[in-house]
Design a protein around this ligand. Structure first.
Ligand code: ZN
Length: 182
């Protein structure tokens, strides 16, 4: 069972590396990593379990965040009465909107213990091509908050942290063509 001690914190070089593609059909070990990661995120959202094991609540996790430099990620959350739960291998953004979007409250990360304020502009809509945990190809279209979460996790596979996107001169600068998501 993954715990907070297993989460690699900011400053560790694995978070700045481009993660390696995994083999398709999936290796048993990669399937197990995805299962462990999803269990961790679900546990982190369960009040009782989270309190017992001192888990910070999260909505997504990428393998580099547990020290594994492979293109594996999970997201799991409810938004607008819909469940977004994915365990993905080798995800790629194949197209995106011109319009940008950002979270009014900024972003957080299980690998970043402090709060870093500022707007994180991302694409408002994305289409992702990936393989699911069974090795089947999937194409996923997301917009708004779910699109932002997915981009945050895919960034981890490319060595990018959310705060890299924050405007250095003015962290609350609103980019052109961007809508705020509350
Ligand atoms: Zn993160």
């Amino acid at each position: 069972m993954l715990l907070m001690k297993d989460i690699v914190r900011d400053g560790h070089p694995v978070l700045r590396k481009k993660a390696a593609e995994v083999t398709i059909p999936p290796l048993k070990e990669d399937v197990e990593i995805l299962e462990d990661m999803l269990t961790f995120i679900k546990n982190s959202q369960d009040e009782e379990i989270a309190e017992k094991y001192h888990l910070r609540s999260g909505v997504g996790l990428a393998a580099p965040q547990i020290g594994i430099s492979k293109q594996l990620l999970v997201v799991h959350f409810e938004y607008d009465d819909q469940l977004y739960s994915y365990q993905l291998m080798n995800p790629k953004i194949i197209s995106h909107s011109v319009q940008k979007a950002f979270l009014g409250g900024g972003e957080g990360c299980l690998s970043v213990d402090e709060v870093i304020e500022g707007y994180v502009p991302r694409n408002a809509k994305i289409t992702v091509r990936a393989f699911d945990i069974n090795g089947n190809p999937v194409k996923i279209r997301l917009k708004g908050y779910p699109a932002i979460v997915m981009q945050h996790e895919i960034d981890h596979l490319n060595g990018i942290m959310f705060y890299d996107h924050i405007n250095k001169e003015n962290p609350f600068h609103i980019p052109e063509n961007a809508k705020i998501i509350e």
